[in-house]
Design a binder for this molecule. Sequence first.
Ligand SMILES: [Zn+2]
Length: 300
Amino acid sequence: MHLGNLLCSLLAWLSARSAGGRVVLRIEDLDAMRCPRTFADLLEQDLSWLGLDWDEGGSKGGPHGPYYQSERSEIYNSYYQRLVERGLVYPCFCSRGQLHAASAPHRSDGQVVYPGTCRNLTARQVAEAAKRRPPAWRLRLPEDLTLSFTDGHMGPVTENLPADCGDFVLRRADGVFAYQLAVVVDDALMGVTQVVRGGDLLSSTPRQLWLHQLLDLPAPTFCHLPLLLAPDGRRLSKRDGDQSLENLQARFTPEQIIGKLAYAAGLRPTPDPVRAADLVADFSWDKVPRQDICLPDGLF
Ligand SMILES: [Zn+2]
């Protein structure tokens, strides 16, 4: 974990605990090849070390398991098939290069708007294309669809899904279900009522809300966080090795790290050491900035 993940974990935990809620630890290892179980085990160790406990999930288990997405493919498939049966899923044979062709419109966040290239292929065209490569599977959107919701931290958000995103992928060519579908099913089945996550996922929320509607599953509320930036204004990344928890653990106690993060996030006036549990009583989303947070120089 790097500092951005740590801040997100801390705020998710505080938001739940301050509201008397339960914390669910879901391991999002859809791409099991890239997410060996050792990563999840390390994550649990790190959260425990920081004093961020959880009520169900991970290796602890609980009534809504399994909590590893890599073990939930059959569950995702049963919901995916509902969409298939309604004629809402079609195969897409576009290569990455085709999708990123200069002519395709791009969103402000750099993602490509799918132009619907494979939307109306005939059965014969599909059969021909399938000989060359396995398709990804996309959700067919209505011609016009505007979704609005109020983010618990960022405020009102509106998106026209066909214009701003286009038909999106539900299942990859290698059979792995898309994040969008998996989290919608998981949040509903696990009884999640509030999702706290990084602001980079704000723009994917309308897609999830549309899936909630199509599948008739209850949707959670969302709180998206501002980005945490390095002191020079760059986005934190894995390259910032000194900001990884592994390196921070060698230099600081959990209370020191929590205190510094709480200070950076506006929760406390000074960066003095504090236990996460001691932040619960005074926690309020109103204290957390909505603009990107630039880490003060020398804080870590
Ligand atoms: Zn296509």
